[in-house]
Design a protein around this ligand. Structure first.
Ligand code: UD1
Length: 340
């Protein structure tokens, strides 16, 4: 029988790409989102890509009754929990909002998973839990550092919620995927990143500058102790990232987990500097980007990239797309939006 996967926050950037890959892998998918940080663009894009409309529930995961209703209406075999706020700076200004939203929604998911006959839970975590790492690349055994923002803190706390819930309730199994820097868009250019207001993240800022929505990209810091002075990150293609979720979900559903709670890094293992990324974007898309060097952004780490060996070996997953292909897809998506 086909298994059903609930994708919370499924109308957003990562959720919509994961939804497409799950459907293509043969799963039934229920998409739920409160639409607090997106519109229907990506959900409609998903409908076009897969050629049919998936069940969509507009709801807030902080509302326990709504979560219970959802689990009563559908037999959920696995839930992938994306529904959370994710802006680092905003979380510093509004910590209680972040704690309430990100923690309560996940507690509700875990509670429903426990009380509705058991469920597999995949939590969307972040490399932010490693802070400024002492050794690179980071493995899953690298120590977590104290969080530098409420956002980062919610990722650490939710990982702990999942670990403890799995330990206490045998009906729940869990995987946390720690994403490095997800970028790009689906090759169809029908779904992609749709930040509200001025983008915080690098690639949307680059594409919006290239299209003329922003005047100039500020590169935050060129005096870091790195080869070209700009920060190093592990940029992971969004479709590659989405495929890691399919591998993780099938591992849970097929009973292939080695422990009831597992953690995997989802990255390429390849450090790329901000300047290298900008140059690659210019080259692959044949354009010049208006950029300048600006002071460092507070809270940024100098360098972080993944050791993805565990995911490669245990999930049978590997990042495949080149940075160039990913940046071409990001640009195609920005042009698609402009043409709307
Ligand atoms: C941040 C979060 C991470 C989250 C990710 C995606 C932290 C410390 N980081 O990663 O948890 O998963 O966003 O939401 O919590 N840059 C510029 N100019 C810009 C924007 C960015 O130079 O206009 C630089 C930054 O200084 C950084 C790199 O580009 O060196 C990547 O920045 P960004 O895309 O914001 O991601 P992170 O900060 O790495």
């Amino acid at each position: 029988m086909k298994k059903t996967v609930l994708v919370s926050g499924g109308a957003g950037f990562i959720g919509s790409h994961v939804t497409v890959e799950l459907v293509e892998a043969g799963y039934d998918v229920v998409v739920a989102d409160n639409m607090s940080n997106c519109d229907m663009t990506c959900f409609e894009g998903v409908t076009k890509i897969i050629g049919r409309r998936l069940p969509f529930v507009q709801m807030d995961f902080c509302d326990m009754e709504a979560v219970n209703r959802l689990f009563e209406e559908y037999h959920i075999d696995a839930v992938i929990h994306f529904a959370a706020f994710k802006a680092v700076g905003e979380s510093v200004e509004m910590p209680l909002l972040y704690y309430r939203n990100n923690l309560l929604s996940f507690i509700n998911v875990l509670e429903a998973a426990r009380t509705h006959g058991g469920c597999n839970v995949l939590f969307s975590s972040s490399a932010t839990v490693y802070g400024e790492p002492e050794e690179l690349p980071v493995t899953e055994r690298s120590p977590r550092q104290p969080a530098t923002s409420p956002y980062g803190n919610t990722k650490q706390m939710c990982e702990d919620f999942l670990r403890d819930a799995v330990k206490a309730y045998s009906e729940i199994k869990g995987i946390a995927l720690r994403y490095f820097n997800p970028i790009g868009a689906h090759p169809s250019a029908l779904i992609g990143e749709l930040p509200r207001g001025v983008p915080n993240n690098l690639v949307p800022f680059i594409t919006q500058t290239a299209i003329g929505k922003r005047e100039c990209l500020s590169i935050f810091g060129n005096d870091y102790p790195t080869p070209d002075g700009t920060c190093l990150r592990d940029y992971i293609d969004i479709v590659d990232l989405a495929k890691a979720h399919v591998c993780a979900v099938s591992r849970m559903l097929d009973g292939r987990m080695k422990e009831p709670y597992e953690i995997f890094n989802v990255g390429t293992g390849r450090p790329v500097s901000v300047l290298e990324l900008v140059t690659a974007f210019e080259k692959v898309n044949g354009l010049k980007l208006n950029y300048r060097f600006a002071p460092r952004r507070s809270g940024d780490v100098t360098a972080i990239w993944a050791d993805p060996t565990l995911a490669n070996e245990e999930l049978g997953w590997k990042a495949e797309r080149s940075v160039e292909d990913t940046l071409a897809a990001a640009w195609a998506w920005e042009k698609h939006l402009a043409g709307k």
